[in-house]
Write a protein that binds this ligand. Structure first.
Ligand code: NAP
Length: 282
């Protein structure tokens, strides 16, 4: 069988840990495949996609800033991803391109593995409603979350995401709050199954705590989408919260992409996880 070709679109993308993770997966199941990085500016996206189609690439991932623009270049889009306007995986079946978002599944697996919490019937609070929340909150609602609370510094962005969630799942109860509405937020916490830290605060070592310390009540279950230690890691533990970082979300979005490309269910998650850990933490 000819070597299969895959890759990742981003801009910038050179620090991505997806190549070792995906290559470990292919190796584990005996598929001869490569996984490259395509550092392409927005104006070069269409030409590069045409080139990959021409060269018979089997599929690719998409990261910032191309997750919405890729939608114009494919033949079909999974419905929830289409509403959220965010795709991160494309499979090329003989020139017919199908697009998916696997970020929501990645976050779902993180919540399940860390806390044993399923999506159906539960309340999730997203602290931050940028691209990552947009790619995942609608999926959570579509999988039966009872309530989603969206909290953001720029409330208009949270409101726009709430509209998307209402389209995906009209029965899901969606609430929008600003990051300064601490008293109202404290009142909600008892009902929240998992708080998802989805701002970019904490990416840099000297970043402040991403949310008010008084919200970090003992026993609160938190997934921090950031996969390296930061102020939240330190203070959440001190205050008795249960915290998972973004490692599992990153791993399982990749595992689901692998499954879409190869048809191998669950993917070789252990091998991919070991390679990911080596790339992330050395
Ligand atoms: P983004 O689109 O740039 O959104 C950034 C979010 O952070 C917005 O909600 C923004 O609020 C908020 N924010 C930034 N600086 C702030 C500040 N000083 N005060 C208050 N709010 C602030 O980024 P993204 O793509 O959503 O990514 C968010 C995080 O998720 C990043 O750390 C990224 O690394 C992580 N992530 C992880 C995974 C994974 O697999 N683990 C996947 C995707 C993303 P405003 O709207 O008010 O600006």
């Amino acid at each position: 069988m000819a070597k299969q070709k895959y890759g990742l679109f981003g801009w910038p993308v050179k620090h991505s840990v997806s190549p070792p993770m995906q290559e470990a997966g292919f190796q584990a199941v005996g598929i001869d495949a490569s996984y490259e990085l395509f550092e392409v500016p927005p104006e070069g996206l269409a030409d590069k996609v045409a080139e990959l189609k021409e060269e018979g690439y089997r599929g690719w991932n998409i990261t910032v800033p191309h997750k919405t623009a890729m939608m114009d270049l494919v033949d079909e889009i999974e419905p929830t991803a289409a509403l959220a306007k965010s795709v991160n995986t494309v499979v090329n079946n003989d020139g017919y391109l199908s697009a998916y978002s696997t970020d929501g599944y990645g976050l779902e697996m993180s919540v399940k593995r860390s806390f044993g919490v399923g999506l159906a019937g539960n309340h999730f609070l997203f602290w931050g409603t940028g691209g990552a929340a947009k790619a995942t909150a609608g999926y959570f609602a579509g999988q039966g979350a009872r309530r989603i609370t969206l909290v953001n510094r720029t409330v208009a962005k949270a409101e726009a995401l709430a509209e998307i969630i209402n389209q995906v799942a009209p029965d899901c109860d969606v609430k929008v709050l600003g990051t300064d509405q601490t008293d109202a937020l404290k009142g909600l916490l008892e009902d929240v199954a998992v708080l998802i830290q989805s701002t970019s605060i904490g990416l840099h070592a000297d970043d402040p705590l991403s949310l008010p310390e008084e919200l970090l009540v003992p026993g609160l279950q938190i997934v921090d989408m950031i996969y390296r230690p930061n102020k939240l890691t330190e203070i959440a533990h001190e205050r008795g919260c249960k915290l998972a970082n973004g490692r599992d979300m990153l791993l399982y979005q990749g595992v689901r992409s692998f499954e879409i490309w190869t048809g191998i269910p669950e993917g070789p998650a252990d091998a991919m996880g070991r390679a990911l850990d080596k790339a992330l933490y050395g």
